[in-house]
Design a protein around this ligand. Sequence first.
Ligand code: GNR
Ligand code: NI
Length: 174
Amino acid sequence: MTALKILIYPDPRLRRVAQPVVDFNDEIRQDVQDMAHTMYEAPGIGLASIQVGIPHSIVVIDTSENKNDLKVLINPEIIDREGEQLIEEGCLSFPGYFTEIKRSKWIRFRAQNLDGAHYEMEAEDIFAVCVQHEIDHLTGKLFTDYLSRLKNQRIRKQFEKAAKLRRRESPVRA
Ligand code: GNR
Ligand code: NI
């Protein structure tokens, strides 16, 4: 069991775009396991590969009450959407920051499982929000991208300051 290090904004690696998984091999299995472990430990309701520096298109989600309903989305894409909802979002790459974002109320997405089999699934409410939030991560998009430039400037300053403090507390040594 490996807990992966979650990249914190404004780490430029959060802007990377994930590459499709073509080979459903043991390395991908291991990545999924490590990501699930990292999500449950954080704790979060979802995690995208890009947040932990994995270059493949992988998402894990568990929005269940008892944390016993792991969903694995490989190469996911949204194929239909309807309605709107305004929900307060957080992100493990923005610790302590929460803001309301407008998303589709209902979506239909397609993805592949660990065996490479394609499946489709519908999602609504917080599950739909989470899928949209995670799929954004796979193209380097962050939830704050939906906010005004002014808010983004404030958030960036705040997180740059926090990053500086962290570097002072635990400098990277050669
Ligand atoms: O743990 C998380 N909670 C959350 C709450 C509302 C909307 C989206 C999320 S996703 C977030 C985990 C995360 O950062 N995933 O990328
Ligand atoms: Ni996130």
